[in-house]
Design a protein. Structure first.
Lengths: 392, 392
């Protein structure tokens, strides 16, 4: 049997910037980013901004600020129409936001050498990223994450997507951004709930990869809960760094069945869906960490002392560690469907990250539902105790 | 300004196979391909077939043959529902075929370790490839091209897409297939017009890259026109090889503004659209080659003798070298819009491949419309002469 072998590698490079007040005209960063190597100086490049409506409502002056910015910095032509799409999971739940972006790309002649910049939370970045990835087979995409969660986790990675057939990220691609710009001032207008929500991904990555970072989180829990900006700046940067290192060192486009960063996520995805996205992703991840930590005590080598430290840290950060949707009364409990769906999305063998210690992730390929039920019971009992003794 | 640098490379590897009667149970190739390294032995892998309706009409026994094949070769589970979508550009002109494939992927639980196999012409491969690339952020895609054009050119490459906003390939991705399998027996049922149509891409790649291949085409023009299978097998393989080498050596995902393989294509794309796709892609490419060859005489170093050889070869293969839609009467002639649209799709600076000789492509960044008009006039006159003297 004859064949021709095709083999090539495609290099991907992008920077994750950390700055403040990036839309102030005296901050040259954004202008430098759009003029950086990889952009074509011959072409009349344009930049189209897509905003998270929630972020825009909290910062109504931003479009005017952006117009002033590009009136001063003229190396790229600002598309005058600044569009917005709903924030949160609703941006991804139907195709209207996706189509709105494609329409703007077409109407304003955004080509492969021009930019679509997304400013907002993870769902908005996912939706804009998907539209940018498939329009003209990929226009340049700049991510300007507007939440803790997107600045330290989803916004710095290579994935995008929208929901379809009611399934999370059924449609999407792996498409590295042109650049990511983290502006810490965008976090100022977040609600306490959204501020907190992003911290659970830092706890997660610390638990599976970096015990020293866990110690830092443990030592700074109250500062973080009380919105200390310096503490948050460190957290965002360290968490983003661990995330970037993981992507580059392993399997960036996830050709295998494993997704090692998804500790606590099989149940988190399901809890978000079961709650119709009332539970925020970061809150669901905190619940998932709590569950899989106790399960790791029962099924793996994590000590009960370490599991208690983890639960206590989550509580000090302001997270719940139990939700009634986690109840496992029998083999058909809704939560258990999350295991099957987690396997299906990646395909192949079920692969779940657990803990053999703080900073020591370990992958397993089966879950004992009896032990899982025991873990949820312990979490429920603990939550009940807390209600009885609120001073604990 | 602080930043983290992200850098990684993603390797892509796939084979383009050449075989005969691949759905006969005694041909082990297809079973070997789905069992090859890169597939996950732990998972229950499935294969979903999507057919070009035209190919299915010409080969109505194929679905039953495929069912028998996978009844014998059980290393992958055949999805019992074998679906079909219209062939030709209509598969790409609305989203219904794209959605039909996504529905089947969802309904039959095709995950990232399972396969979607497309059997058909370039438009069908483009549509199925796009659906496979975005479903679950990419399921494994096997291309089984059913036309000369797709076996030697579009089917072996890394691009997919559908039309949107009436614009060719407005939506799409760069996504290498898992494997390509060229079955020469699928060409037997092609009409003469479709058989011929794919040959123009071989003329094109010979002209810009390989003078020896042009000599071979010149020596074998009558065999090719008369459907000699051995001649076609050589053409398909050599053309596919040149195409693969080009992709691997240059810029696989086209990050620049240049598309060196698109000699003759700026006008070809426009002529297809102006004719509402009555002119087949390969026929349009022949017209585009004729035009840009004469233009290369006027604007570059191609000799009139070599241009005549090119035109004569196209005619011996059975192609027209002029069409009334190519007329340039003034600056607003429809054909001229093709230059602008060609630039817009890639973005950046206009970049057009021309010839400085046979086998010697050269890129230019502007086109003289007066000389272009002269070239179309010469083609029109030549076509008129042929009509007056049909024995020529």
């Amino acid at each position: 049997m004859e064949y021709l072998q095709q083999s090539f590698s495609v290099p991907f490079n992008y920077r994750v910037w950390f700055s403040s007040s990036i839309f102030n005209s005296d901050n040259p960063l954004l202008a430098q980013v759009v003029a950086s190597p990889g952009t074509n100086a011959h072409a009349q490049r344009k930049i189209l901004f897509v905003f998270d409506q929630g972020l825009l409502d909290a910062n109504p002056g931003l479009p005017e600020k952006i117009r002033r910015y590009f009136a001063v910095h003229k190396n790229v032509l600002l598309v005058d129409e600044i569009i917005s799409i709903p924030g949160g999971e609703s941006a991804k739940n139907d195709e209207s936001s996706f189509r709105k972006i494609l329409n703007a790309v077409d109407k304003h002649g955004i080509d492969r050498h021009s930019f679509v910049a997304a400013v907002g939370g993870g769902a908005v970045l996912d939706t804009v990223g998907y539209a940018a990835a498939v329009a003209h087979r990929g226009v340049k995409h700049i991510r300007i994450p507007g939440t803790v969660l997107s600045q330290n986790d989803s916004g710095v990675g290579v994935k995008n997507g929208i929901n379809y057939f009611g399934k999370k990220n059924f449609l999407g691609t792996f498409a590295p951004p042109f650049a990511v710009i983290n502006d810490d001032t965008l976090l100022n207008t977040l609600s306490d709930r959204h501020w907190r929500s992003g911290i659970s991904e830092a706890v997660k990555v610390a638990l599976i990869k970096d015990a020293a970072f866990f110690e830092w989180l443990d030592a700074n829990a109250e500062s973080l809960a009380n919105r200390n900006k310096e503490a948050m700046a460190y957290l965002v940067r360290r968490c983003a760094q661990l995330h970037l290192e993981h992507i580059a060192s392993a399997d960036p486009f996830e050709s295998g069945s494993s997704r090692p960063l998804d500790f606590g996520h099989w149940s988190a995805h399901k809890l978000e869906q079961l709650s119709r996205f009332d539970i925020l992703h970061g809150e669901a991840v905190a619940l998932g960490i709590a569950l899989d930590s106790l399960y790791s005590v029962l099924a793996r080598q994590l000590t009960i002392t370490d599991a208690e430290r983890i639960l206590h840290l989550l509580e000090r950060l302001g997270f719940d560690t139990y939700h009634p949707l986690m109840a496992i009364d029998n083999e058909t409990a809704p939560l258990l469907k999350g295991l099957q769906e987690f396997r299906e999305h990646l395909g192949g063998e079920l692969t779940i990250m657990l803990l053999d210690g703080i900073g020591k992730g370990v992958e397993v390929h089966s879950i004992d539902t009896v032990q899982l039920q025991e873990a949820t019971k312990q979490l429920a009992a603990r939550a009940g105790d807390k209600q009885l003794n609120p001073t604990n």
